[in-house]
Ligand binder design. Structure first.
Ligand SMILES: Nc1ncnc2c1ncn2[C@@H]1O[C@H](COP(=O)(O)OP(=O)(O)OP(=O)(O)O)[C@@H](O)[C@H]1O
Length: 337
């Protein structure tokens, strides 16, 4: 080994020593850690943290390293090299087709598969994620200028436009204000969240336009009921993503087939297979269909997403959401559903 190799090995040894002395939950933030004549110099990522959380991070690093015999002094430099999280938008052309229900259940199913997921309720004019994720009683707090997401009981963090605006005042939030609110939520203190699902308002309005400009999603899931009119609107919503070069991950058919709770007969109030045919005509992947069931609606109102069922995919109301979440998980891993 020459001198260069020696010094490289010793730098690496120092770095490993310092990193290992830190609590596991903050190790991922460390960009570099060096030790020079008893002085530990740690550079850590804190772009997503507010003032109080930054102070705490600094203290945690100082306390952990000052206990080492090799260290006399600790210097911490916090940088704001904003960590990139994946953003997936869930959109529809029309309201009431089940976009929010799908977003919640995909988030819960992905969290149960081990992903760290956050939900953003971008539907400023009719926020529903607080009800769906049972966080209605929680108030969003802030650390300095950073909002702190709310922990739902299902392992999914969330923030809603509804947390930023007093009930009944949403209509005054037009244009740039709505877009700004969305930016503030995307920039919140999401911590180790790796994936944000945005439940968009229906259509192609202000929130969508500002999202495409400032927080362009990595992909979009479109949801539609099987009626022709809903499909045409979904196509229009899809166009917005295509125009902005956002890949459409696929199309979901919601409220397809209604199983009569008394006799089990399946009827198709909105037609059958329409969304799949439509997806194939547009060469968009078809991600799956979610039947219309009384349980799904009641579960939504009660803040108990079917995807959180203890029975997992053995629960017939959870299964369709889990199947679509698995397709999404494959897309996140290999870019293909
Ligand atoms: N598969 C389903 N089976 C039964 N009810 C459903 C299903 N999907 C959604 N619903 C119900 O339909 C209603 C509308 O759903 P949801 O709020 O998810 O739609 P949305 O497209 O987000 O609507 P909005 O545009 O108002 O935000 C809710 O009462 C919900 O519980």
């Amino acid at each position: 080994m020459n001198n260069d190799d020696n010094s490289k090995a010793s730098l690496e040894q120092d770095e490993a020593l310092l990193r290992e002395a830190l609590p596991v939950e903050i190790q991922g933030r460390v960009r570099s850690a060096r030790l020079k004549e008893g002085r530990a110099i740690v550079v850590a990522e804190a772009g997503d943290l507010g003032a109080k959380a930054r102070e705490e991070l600094e203290k945690l690093i100082e306390n952990a390293l000052s206990g080492l015999t090799q260290v006399d002094e600790v210097r911490v430099a916090l940088i704001a090299d904003r960590r990139r999280r994946m953003i997936i938008a869930v959109g529809s052309g029309k309201g009431g087709v089940g976009k929010s229900t799908l977003t919640t259940n995909l988030a819960v199913a992905l969290a149960r598969m081990g992903r760290k997921v956050g939900v953003i309720d971008g539907d400023i004019y009719g926020p529903s994620q607080a009800r769906l994720l049972a966080t209605e009683k929680a108030k969003a707090k802030a650390d300095g200028d950073k909002l702190i997401p709310i922990e739902s009981p299902y392992g999914v963090k969330m923030l809603s436009m509804g947390n930023l605006v007093a009930q009944g005042k949403a209509l005054a939030w037009r244009g740039p204000m709505a877009g700004k609110a969305l930016n503030q939520i995307v920039d919140a203190q999401w911590g180790d969240t790796e994936l944000l699902l945005i439940d968009l308002p229906p259509g192609t309005g202000d929130v969508q336009i500002s999202m495409m400009a400032d927080n362009k999603p990595d992909g979009a899931v479109l949801v539609s009921t099987p009626q022709d009119l809903a499909l045409l609107d979904a196509a229009r919503a899809g166009q917005l993503f295509e125009d902005g070069d956002v890949p459409i991950i696929g199309l979901v058919e919601n409220m397809s087939g209604y199983a009569c709770p008394d006799c089990g007969h399946i009827s198709n109030p909105f037609g059958e297979g329409g969304v799949e045919k439509f997806a194939s005509a547009l060469e968009i992947p078809f991600l799956g269909r979610i039947p219309l069931t009384m349980e799904t609606r009641l579960a939504g109102d009660a803040g108990k997403p079917p995807a959180a069922s203890d029975k997992g995919a053995d629960d017939e109301n959870a299964k369709p959401f889990i199947v679509i979440a698995e397709a999404l998980d494959r897309w996140i891993r290999n870019g293909k559903v």
